[in-house]
Write a protein that binds this ligand. Sequence first.
Ligand SMILES: C=C(CC[C@@H](C)[C@H]1CC[C@H]2C3=CC[C@H]4[C@H](C)[C@@H](O)CC[C@]4(C)[C@H]3CC[C@]12C)C(C)C
Ligand SMILES: C[S@@+](CC[C@H](N)C(=O)[O-])C[C@H]1O[C@@H](n2cnc3c(N)ncnc32)[C@H](O)[C@@H]1O
Length: 357
Amino acid sequence: MDPLALFATASLIAVSLYWFICIHGSAEQKGKRAVELSGGSIAKEKVEDNYKQYWSFFRRPKEIETTENVPAFVDTFYNLVTDIYEWGWGQSFHFSPSIPGKSDRECTRIHEQRAVDLLGVKPGARILDAGCGVGGPMRAIAAHSGANIVGITINEYQVNRARLHNKKAGLDSLCEVVCGNFLEMPFDDDSFDGVYSIEATCHAPKLEDVYREIYRVLKPGSMYVSYEWVTTELFNSDDPEHVAIIHGIERGDALPGLRKYSDIYEVAKKVGFEVVDEKDLAKPPSNPWWTRLQMGKIAYWRNHIVVTVLSWLGIAPKGTVDVHKMLVETADYLAKGGDKGIFSPMHMILCRKPEKH
Ligand SMILES: C=C(CC[C@@H](C)[C@H]1CC[C@H]2C3=CC[C@H]4[C@H](C)[C@@H](O)CC[C@]4(C)[C@H]3CC[C@]12C)C(C)C
Ligand SMILES: C[S@@+](CC[C@H](N)C(=O)[O-])C[C@H]1O[C@@H](n2cnc3c(N)ncnc32)[C@H](O)[C@@H]1O
């Protein structure tokens, strides 16, 4: 090959590789790029060990049930997955029903706005986001309602990401982020005009503990809305296929154990809430929330190649490929759970804290 042709071919390959790895595949503009994938707050050389440690929780299931161990286990999980989630999904770490003619991003926003609309709050109200991730919902909700949002997450890396995004979006005067445990929140009694939690309280070992804490910080007469992960009435614990799917979801999503849909109402009543409404938002006429996961199959392979190359080049931490592989499998379990109707990530409950008499 003459030197000019060789140079042209090499340049083309280099530019294509750069485009494939660095530009293509980031889900939201200004979100994470593949070359920036990290292990969150975990040092690069410790990512692989932490991934093994994450799995060891499942080899000792009794420990997962111990309340004290769960927040640390969840924190490790989010160090491992936060960048991959942002890169491949966006800044909102939840599902939403698909709506014909609307983009994934629009569906996500509609699902988030629905939550704050249910709270019926006015601009300037002080609202708590229990388990806020990197703040996708918080920013959408602040912009939509004009309320002041305080988010809490157990993961320090997410706190830093959320603050950065809030500033970039020009919403840092409305959105505040605190690092802490939603089972013991650093907030006064009766100090919020509303609380929401989106696909987050499923990480609590006992739902009662987080609901009681939310009840404590809510002002009397104010509302709480939650989108809960549950097994539905179609789940049959005697069916080995159903059980394998639910265990797959638990293992790939740092869940101490999925709850039955009927537990949610019971717990809300037990801690003192009045239940105003309860509805599985995944049920028809909603369109499936899991098709977004299935449509991503080709993207998963592309991402798998990108992660493998970056790991091999020493750009992504060792262990990233394992984490990514775990997520590919998790996506499959989630889609199966949705398709069979045995699992929902959007069992909505709307509650009121009664007025004091
Ligand atoms: C509420 C929780 C998280 C829900 C979802 C946001 C995430 C659940 C599974 C995740 C993903 C699976 C496959 C990944 C894919 C292999 C990768 O290439 C790009 C990112 C994924 C699409 C990733 C994105 C986020 C999820 C959909 C839980 C944890 C309680
Ligand atoms: C799946 S993410 C959802 C994030 C956000 N609600 C969203 O929809 O983008 C779950 C969130 O719950 C948080 N979380 C889990 N357990 C927690 C705990 N004990 N205390 C505080 N936050 C917790 C995680 O850190 C993470 O931010």
